[in-house]
Design a protein around this ligand. Structure first.
Ligand code: ADE
Ligand code: ZN
Length: 336
């Protein structure tokens, strides 16, 4: 990419990265062996690093990816496993020019396997402290709920004692909603989002990735979200797009993810230019970097190659990424 050096140096904020999606095949196999986790023996994809990466290159949908995502994270058992995972991501992010990262994790995917929320949180927290100390990057944690599970189960997790304690102590900045979108509309989670709002938690949700633009409208109206994760299908509803511009809601787009999961055919089809022209704020993110073939800088470069942005466009994207972050004003000023 002609502007590679420029893109590398740009001070980036990342808002859409699932820590479990930063699990590289090498860490996956290493932890499987150490924790004596048996990977599926009837799936040749797990026979080597190469075959696993080859399978990742052939995802047919979000659902197909999620199958591997949930198997992959089954190797995470000890506090130090969660720390190693997050530390691996923070190092990559810092090398890519990330100064501030707001990262997702899926507590239900671990508690369902008998791993305590405290184990997960303590491991991630250790990596965050180290990232702040050794890399100088600021980080926030966003606790995501799995929408393919019944809403009452999500609410029960949200209300667990140790989960509530992590909100009160400020370890968790906000909540999100992820996993399979089709068939699981936002309004099902209204009660949980209302409670989160009352606790002063920030709110976001995946919407308009595979699901229709109406899910974006519903996330805004029924869940009270301040950001929309993905949101690429917003372009299908011009009226709604005007509302999103008026409210200043930021989309956290993930261009390489959209291509790998076949939401679009190529990065050219991610509506970057339409968003810029309409004044829709968005950030550019990696989503699940270990599964989709690239970290944040690869996504910036892919967008640049496909959409031929100007330096002014990039400066605007970075400005919006800072404004849309959930750090305090003092930190925003440092990032600017
Ligand atoms: N969990 C991890 N990555 C996801 C994505 N792109 N969409 C929904 N849920 C996810
Ligand atoms: Zn995501």
């Amino acid at each position: 990419t002609p502007l590679h050096g420029f893109l590398e140096k740009l001070p980036k904020c990342e808002h859409h990265i699932h820590l479990e999606g930063a699990l590289s095949p090498s860490l996956l196999f290493q932890l499987a062996s150490r924790n004596q986790i048996t990977l599926p023996q009837d799936d040749d994809a797990f026979s080597s690093h190469e075959s696993l990466l080859a399978r990742y290159a052939q995802f047919s949908s979000l659902d197909d990816f999620l199958h591997y995502y949930f198997i992959g994270m089954s190797v995470l058992v000890l506090e130090e496993d969660f720390e190693a995972l997050a530390w691996d991501y923070f190092q990559h992010a810092s090398a890519d020019g990330v100064h501030h990262a707001e990262v997702f994790f899926d507590p239900q995917a671990h508690t369902a396997r008998g791993i305590s929320y405290t184990t997960v949180l303590t491991g991630f927290s250790a990596a965050r402290s180290r990232a702040e100390r050794e890399l100088g990057i600021s980080t926030e944690l966003i606790c995501c709920f799995l929408r393919h599970l019944p809403a009452p189960e999500c609410l029960a997790t949200f209300e667990l004692e140790d989960v509530q304690a992590s909100y009160a102590s400020g370890f968790i900045k906000g909540i999100g909603l992820d996993s399979n979108e089709l068939g699981f509309p936002p309004h099902l989670f209204e009660e949980m989002y209302q409670k989160a709002g009352k606790l002063g938690l920030r709110r976001t949700a995946h919407a308009g990735e595979e699901g229709p633009a109406s899910f974006i409208a519903s996330a805004l109206e029924t869940l009270g979200v301040e950001r929309i994760d993905h949101g690429i299908r917003l372009v299908e509803d011009v009226e709604l797009m005007r509302k999103v511009v008026a409210s200043g809601t930021m989309l956290t787009t993930c261009p390489m993810s959209n291509v790998v999961l076949r939401c679009v055919e190529s990065v050219k089809e991610v509506p970057i230019r339409k968003f810029l022209d309409a004044g829709v704020k968005f950030s550019i993110n990696s989503d699940d970097p270990a599964y989709f073939g690239g970290y944040i800088l690869d996504n910036y470069c892919a967008v640049h190659e496909a959409h031929d942005l100007t330096i002014e466009d990039w400066e605007r994207i970075c400005k919006h990424s800072i404004e849309g972050s959930w750090c305090n004003e003092a930190r925003k000023n440092e990032l600017s």
